[in-house]
Design a protein. Structure first.
Length: 238
């Protein structure tokens, strides 16, 4: 218009955005860069605040204490539990006795040898897990039908899945694995539903590991439970 040069690519993108905006929202697309940053800030604030609100506080029909029938409908809870068990199995080492002479990946193992199996290392093997040392529950959401925890996970305990062994495996696997899986989900879900959790003296949990057979936390986790909704009241509604 004024004889000035322009970036054709930028102008074409602006035209495309305006056409789409007019068709969908009957308004032009804003070119104010500051406005975009403000919207991002508002969206971030809404996301943070949404975590402080229990759905049961907003929707009366959801004011019931979570029970076993609700667990299959909470895929992210499943993923968090499964990823936690991957990084922090119930025991980092299990001990076995070899019943016959064998060879594993070229290493000969004599009959009656006592073997220490490193579950901690298996669950963090970079050959099987992308970003193996990172806590990423989303890795178990890729295929919910396959990775769902519950009955499917209990069935997984019966097969030889050598890259994920939080409770060991085979005939000497943990006999309480199925019970532990069931209790983990219902306890965690109820704790999140009924309480806000404030970490003592920190905003983030320090996951540094200390020395010991069970690989305890180097810094004890101290939390303050703040009542969100009284579980006794929810039980009365149930």
């Amino acid at each position: 218009m004024n004889g000035e040069g322009c970036d054709v690519g930028v102008e074409f993108m602006a035209l495309t955005n305006n056409v789409i905006s007019m068709m969908t929202m009957s308004t032009r697309c804003s070119t104010n860069v500051d406005e975009t940053a403000q919207i991002r800030k508002i969206a971030r604030g809404i996301t943070q605040l949404s975590g402080l609100l229990s759905l049961g506080e907003a929707f009366i029909l959801l004011k019931k204490l979570v029970d076993e029938s609700d667990i299959p409908n909470l895929p992210y809870l499943h993923a968090v539990v499964k990823e936690t068990l991957r990084l922090h199995p119930s025991l980092p080492l299990v001990f076995r006795k070899c019943r016959e002479d064998c060879s594993i990946k070229g290493f000969p193992i004599a009959k009656n040898s006592r073997i220490a199996v490193n579950l901690y290392a298996i669950n963090r093997d970079p050959n099987d897990w992308e970003d193996a040392a990172e806590f990423k529950p989303e890795r178990f959401l890729i295929n919910i039908a396959i990775n769902a925890i519950g009955h499917a996970d209990q069935e997984d305990m019966k097969v030889q899945n050598y890259c994920y062994v939080p409770f060991g495996g085979g005939r000497r696997g943990c006999s309480g694995a199925n019970l532990a899986i069931s209790l983990l989900h219902i306890t965690l879900a109820a704790s999140i539903q009924c309480f806000h959790w404030k970490i003592k003296g920190a905003e983030k949990v320090d996951m540094e590991e200390g020395a010991g057979f069970s690989v305890p936390m180097a810094h004890p986790l101290v939390c303050y439970p703040i009542l969100r909704v009284n579980p006794s009241d929810l039980l009365m509604i149930n």
